[in-house]
Design a protein around this ligand. Sequence first.
Ligand SMILES: [Zn+2]
Length: 190
Amino acid sequence: MPGEPGSYSGYIYYPAAIYTHLAGQTLGSSSTNEVQASLMVKLILQKLEDCQMEGVAHVGHLLLRSTKYIYQQSVAESMENYLQYMLYQRQCLTGLAPLITEHYHDLVTVLTPQRGYVISFRGADLSYEGAEWVECSECGDVSFALRIPDDDDMRHRQCQQSPQGIYKVNSPRLLTAYSTARKGRFEEFF
Ligand SMILES: [Zn+2]
């Protein structure tokens, strides 16, 4: 954690993204803009995320793409998993198709990039891909780690607890730290 022994600061650039949050618990900085979206658009975006897909708008058209990984360490097995997962994605999209058709215009409007912004949707678990502060759900170990959407890959493998914990980006302690940081209380550390 910032200011604690053995800690360090890391900086990473992300293109702007849409993320969801509980009422009154917004994260992010003053450069965060609220994107207005209807309930149905939010629902579609969340459902897409639930089956590891994302929607992107490009010159007024909607592009849907998979965000599921094929891992370098186990390509054959990952491919097998991917092909299986596509059946689930197909089922998910089949269910969503009437909603996407009905709310196409609103969806594309929400996802259309504005000057300097690329719009993508991140679910309420803040599952960004990239390095972030994470905290083990069992032992509370805090690390700055590459965040991967799959829980099993976020397991704390040196965890002394049984079962081993999962590194989470949104533990209460981290959320408190972020909201404190937003209030400028970390100024003394910098
Ligand atoms: Zn642990």
